[in-house]
Design a protein around this ligand. Structure first.
Ligand code: ZN
Length: 284
């Protein structure tokens, strides 16, 4: 397996969000010769949409995705309508930023006003997700903004995403048609025995492989959300999964996305970027 093309390295801005604002991240990546970023909506909002787009353009950076839309399930029609409206705004922002896709974390069980799970009906949450993406597609498809369903590890089924395998995401794409694809994040899908065949199914003429997120699975993992590892520090065979992505025709970015409250978020962000570059070259 040859080293990956360094031009494909992208930094998901969550990776250094604890240390840097979006303009600092953009400047830091440009300084290190990293050509792509994937910003989050709250960071863009804090800087301002216009200003964010301008700074990214001026730094010569491109986006590998925009994080994120989704969170479709809600207890009532009003809640689902509000989610759809917010997702439409996310599509508009993604267009302003020239993102190649809007990443969808689809949502889990409906929540009450205090944010607690208010239902045990997972099947109906999954229907709301399908319907929500379908409605959003009517807006995103003519606007030319691809939607990338990101299957999340099943440990997030209740609170973040009830689409937990690439197989389920592929089924949704089959049902919903053009304009929707898949973001493959190794952290969420590395354990899946059907991973290789489902990547193949998403690739080729299906053209559904819209994003590739990398980090590592630490053993032990001490926090369900905020203990992701740097590539090479855990048990995911990233070069193997990359080879499957490439065999399936994927030629896009390799986006480093690390939430790490106890480790990488405490380090000098320049050092984090240098480590990302080095690990991308040597263990991805
Ligand atoms: Zn991801």
């Amino acid at each position: 397996m040859s080293s990956p093309d360094s031009n494909l390295l992208s930094i998901n801005t969550a990776t250094v969000r604890a240390q840097w604002s979006l303009p600092e991240i953009v400047a830091g990546c440009a300084r290190r010769g990293i050509g792509r970023v994937a910003p989050w909506r709250d960071q863009v909002a804090a800087t301002g949409l216009k200003e964010s787009a301008q700074r990214i353009r001026d730094a010569g950076l491109a986006l590998s995705g925009y994080c994120r839309g989704g969170m479709f399930p809600a207890l009532d029609r009003g809640g689902r309508r509000a989610a759809l409206d917010d997702n439409k705004r996310a599509v508009d922002e993604a267009l302003s930023l020239s993102a190649p896709c809007l990443v969808l974390v689809v949502g889990g069980l409906p929540k009450d006003s205090a944010g607690r799970p208010a239902s045990k009906d997972l099947a109906s949450a999954r229907e709301m997700v399908r319907d929500g993406i379908g409605e959003l597609l009517e807006y995103a498809r003519p606007a030319g903004m691809p939607l990338a369903i990101e299957p999340l590890h099943p440990m997030y089924a209740a609170d973040r995403a009830c689409v937990n395998t690439i197989s389920h995401a592929n089924d949704l794409c089959d049902e919903l048609g053009a304009g929707v694809g898949i973001a493959v994040d190794v952290y969420h899908v590395w354990w899946d025995p059907a991973l290789r065949s489902e990547i193949e199914r998403a690739g080729g003429h299906s053209g559904r492989l819209l994003a590739f997120h990398i980090c590592d699975w630490l053993v032990p993992t001490t926090d369900l959300l905020l203990d992701r590892g740097m590539m090479g520090d855990g048990v995911i065979d990233i070069p193997l999964i990359r080879s499957w992505m490439e065999s399936a025709g994927y030629r896009g970015a390799h986006e480093v996305e690390i939430f790490s409250a106890g480790n990488w978020w405490k380090k000098d962000p320049d050092e984090v970027l240098i480590t990302c570059i080095e690990r991308h070259r040597t263990v991805c």
